[in-house]
Design a protein. Structure first.
Length: 279
């Protein structure tokens, strides 16, 4: 059985505060994009996960998902899961979370186990912060540590340019630095308004990422990529999540395509993708 696991971007990301347990309370606007991993899942004698051209870490999200499902339900089968990774890792695009959400939904379906969305979301948050959104996979306002999701009333689609350098940004390190920085709080209400009313000009003005300044401090090369994109006519450039993917926004599709043709000679991952796309 072939399934698809779409990536996400953050169109707004505010770090509200540090909670008593050490986690950070977030307020975000998230959306799916037309970039996805491809997974083949089939019954097998034992659980086995294969990821094309990648070494599998012991704490990978797919193994964690299968383990959680076996702990919570009577899972009668084992599964061979093959993954073709199209979503770059350490990119702020939720590649591992997308895979986990896709496997969670599919295994429950193959096992014939009917579970309400609320229960699926409760499972998802035990796997990772972005997994609940990846289950919903629609424009959403996401709060808490990723578990509080309000689906937005919009069917908006527009294209952006994604540029991912050959390095990532450590999320724990970014949050550690954020603690000691002057705080920047984008207005997520305005980002939501832009998405619901499908106003790209407003989105470009309102969008912001509270982790971008600290990511730029950790990896100054990101600021260089941003300048390169702006120099090529991109109207607005912002980092997704904790990085290191940079998103370029422009209403002129030709500008996006011309910038892509230049930047793909400099960076390994450069793609024009559709925000809000549904498989």
């Amino acid at each position: 059985m072939k399934i698809y696991a779409p990536a996400k971007v953050n169109l707004g990301l505010d770090v509200v505060r540090t909670m008593e347990n050490g986690y950070h309370e977030l307020d975000m606007i998230m959306a799916p994009i037309s970039l996805y991993d491809e997974l083949d899942i089939e019954y097998a004698d034992q659980d086995k996960i294969e990821i094309e051209n990648m070494e599998l870490s012991e704490d990978n999200t797919i193994s964690k998902t299968l383990g959680l499902l076996r702990d919570c339900y009577d899972i009668k089968h084992h599964y061979l899961i093959r993954v073709k990774k199209n979503i770059p890792s350490q990119a702020g695009l939720a590649g591992g979370s997308a895979d986990a959400a896709a496997v969670l939904k599919t295994v429950l379906e193959l096992e014939g186990i009917e579970v309400e969305m609320e229960e699926k979301l409760n499972l998802a948050k035990q796997i990772g912060a972005d997994v609940p959104f990846c289950l919903v996979n629609q424009f959403s306002r996401v709060k808490g540590i990723g578990e509080k999701i309000e689906i937005l009333d919009t069917n908006w689609k527009f294209n952006i340019l994604l540029v991912k350098p050959d390095f990532g940004v450590s999320t724990p390190e970014a949050f550690r630095l954020w603690e000691n920085q002057e705080k920047f709080h984008p207005d997520i209400d305005y980002v939501q308004m832009a998405c619901e009313n499908q106003i790209l000009d407003l989105l470009v003005q309102a969008m912001g990422n509270a982790l971008e300044p600290v990511a730029f401090e950790l990896r100054p090369e990101l600021a260089k990529i941003k300048e390169e994109m702006l120099d090529l006519g991109i109207v607005r450039v912002m980092m997704s999540g904790s990085g290191s993917s940079m998103m370029g926004f422009c209403i002129d599709e030709d500008v996006l395509q011309k910038a892509k043709s230049v930047l793909e000679k400099r960076y390994d991952f450069v793609e024009v993708v559709s925000v809000g796309a549904k498989l």
